[in-house]
Design a protein around this ligand. Sequence first.
Ligand SMILES: Nc1nc2c(ncn2[C@@H]2O[C@H](COP(=O)(O)OP(=O)(O)OP(=O)(O)O)[C@@H](O)[C@H]2O)c(=O)[nH]1
Ligand SMILES: [Mg+2]
Length: 303
Amino acid sequence: MAEAPPPAPARCGVVALMGASNAGKSTLVNALVGQKLAIVSPKVQTTRTRLLGIALAGPAQLLLFDTPGLFAPRRAIERAMLAEARDAARDADIRLLLVDAVRPVVPDALADLGAEDAPSWLVLNKVDLVAKDQLLPLAARLTAGASFARVFMVSALTGDGVADLRAALAAAVPEGPWLYPEDQLTDAPARLLAAELTREQLFLQLGQELPYATAVLPETFETRADGSIAIRQQILVERDSQKAIVLGRGGARIRAIGEAARRAIGEALGARVHLFLHVRVEPGWSEDARMLKALGLQAPGRR
Ligand SMILES: Nc1nc2c(ncn2[C@@H]2O[C@H](COP(=O)(O)OP(=O)(O)OP(=O)(O)O)[C@@H](O)[C@H]2O)c(=O)[nH]1
Ligand SMILES: [Mg+2]
């Protein structure tokens, strides 16, 4: 038998996905990993914490940080979200600036993100929605006066260009041993991913403003003897009136949210899931350092 060629040296690096809210960062992390980890919605400010997605590409392990979209923060929770994005950028080997090709916004905050020594790549996303002849002028405008090492055009939704981007990242991250086992896709525990999937339904099923008044707190997560998983979560709202809307007439809304979340969690965990949701009024949770910590966000000023 012929001897196998020597294996290529292992590579491993941190990639931070940055950009305006709604640019498609979470969709792209899922596409690069090849599995849904990060929640996605048509509303802005869906992602609240840094989420690690782990992708494999040949000899490379890519540690992809999905981050909250950048915007001018007002509430404590928003300052904590911005800090999450900044921290991810600081630790990165490569920063991807994701720009929605339909609404090409580059947040001001990206000018002073630090880590100037890490190369930044421009990724134009949602190219499925834009005529091809508009893309080159747009890329030229965005790169004028900026120092992007590379430019990519992708559709995170259709997967167009994603394999090229993954391969380029794999070739660009430094040589070094993999930091996670090869079958690990994220460092987030299953109970947190499950809470995020419930939060995704709040974003998808509630009106424009209400999702921002809500959070999902994981309570218990138990595997039963029959292999099914029983999950209890609290949905936090700020006021009684919001609780009434989340419950809906005769409890119809919370049932629909619970049913969709239960299905999504079951799919993600590959198990039968029993989901118990409890809506609790917690005035001022989004300003409460203790509550933000329980939700996986460090209160700003404490880091
Ligand atoms: N047509 C199209 N839609 C996309 C593409 N990528 C993302 N979207 C949609 O854009 C919306 C926002 O996507 P997200 O992945 O949640 O965006 P995000 O940048 O993570 O947003 P925040 O977490 O709020 O900062 C969703 O409705 C996605 O389905 C794409 O390539 N093409
Ligand atoms: Mg997101």
